[in-house]
Design a protein around this ligand. Structure first.
Ligand code: SF4
Length: 228
C-alpha cells in the first residue's frame, strides 16, 4: 500500500544512485482510493461511511479522500490504532451518518496531515506509476496498483524474467470476497468456526490476526449479537 511503497522506492533510488546492479523488485503495491471507489461503484455494497486507514494517510494525507464526499456524499474518518481512537472515530462517523453529513475527519491528527508526506510521495512518484491490479476476492481494479516506471526497468524483475503470477483462487465455499466487501458477515459463511478456524484457515480472511474472519472468531463468538 501507500505506506510501504516509499520505502521500496527509496531503496531503488539508492541502488540506482550507488550503481548497485543486482537488486530486483517485484511490485505488489496497492492503492487505497481506487479500491474505495470500486467498492462504492459496486451495487451490492452497502456502506454508510469509511474508517480510513491511518498509516496510509500518514503518506497520502487526507486530501486524497475528498472524492468520497464530493462524488459519493460518503463520510470518512482517518483513524489511529489505539482503542480510544477507534471508539472516537466510530462516534464521529456515526454522528455524521446520523446528521446526513459527509466530511473527511481526522482522528489521527498527531501524525496525519492534509497533504501527507511530500518526500515520501515524491519518492513513490519517481519510481512507480499506477497500473491495474488484482485484489484477492475482488478481482482486477483499474489503476489500483503500482508498477515500476520504465526508467527503473533494470530493477523490475517482472520486466527481466517471464514471470507468470497466477490470480489467487478462492477455496470452494469461502466467502472472503463478500466479507471483504461487507456484503456478508463472517457468520454467514458456512465454513466459519467449523472447517475454517484460525489454526486451520481455509481463506485469507482467517489467516492474519487482522483478517475480518479471524477477528470475528476471536472477539465475536458468543459475546455480542452481531450480524444480520
Ligand atoms: S470463514 Fe474462512 S472460509 Fe469463510 S469467508 Fe472467512 S476465511 Fe473464507
Amino acid at each position: 500500500f501507500e505506506t510501504t511503497a516509499p520505502t521500496a522506492a527509496a531503496t531503488v533510488l539508492a541502488a540506482k544512485q550507488q550503481g548497485i546492479g543486482n537488486l530486483y523488485m517485484l511490485s505488489a503495491q496497492k492503492l487505497v482510493p481506487p479500491a474505495l471507489r470500486a467498492l462504492l461503484d459496486d451495487p451490492d455494497v452497502r456502506v454508510d461511511g469509511f474508517i480510513l486507514p491511518g498509516h496510509v494517510s500518514v503518506i497520502t494525507g487526507t486530501e486524497v479522500f475528498q472524492f468520497l464526499t464530493e462524488e459519493y456524499h460518503m463520510p470518512g474518518v482517518v483513524t489511529g490504532f489505539e482503542p480510544l481512537q477507534i471508539l472516537r472515530s466510530l462516534y464521529r462517523l456515526m454522528k455524521q451518518v446520523t446528521e446526513g453529513a459527509a466530511r473527511i475527519e481526522n482522528e489521527y491528527g498527531s501524525v496525519v496531515h492534509a497533504g501527507g508526506s511530500p518526500a515520501a510521495k515524491h519518492a513513490t512518484d519517481l519510481v512507480y506509476e499506477p497500473a491495474d491490479a488484482a485484489w484477492r476476492g475482488i478481482g482486477v481494479i483499474p489503476l489500483s496498483g503500482l508498477r515500476m516506471r520504465e526508467a527503473f526497468k533494470d530493477y523490475d524483475i517482472e520486466r527481466l524474467l517471464p514471470l507468470d503470477v497466477p490470480m489467487g483462487k478462492n477455496k470452494p465455499g469461502c466467502r472472503c470476497g463478500e466479507v471483504l466487501r461487507g456484503i456478508v458477515t463472517p457468520k454467514e459463511c458456512p465454513l466459519f468456526g467449523k472447517a475454517c478456524v484460525p489454526t486451520h484457515a481455509i481463506g485469507p480472511c482467517m489467516v492474519s490476526v487482522e483478517g475480518v474472519c479471524a477477528a470475528w472468531y476471536k472477539y465475536g463468538q458468543g459475546r455480542f449479537s452481531y450480524g444480520r
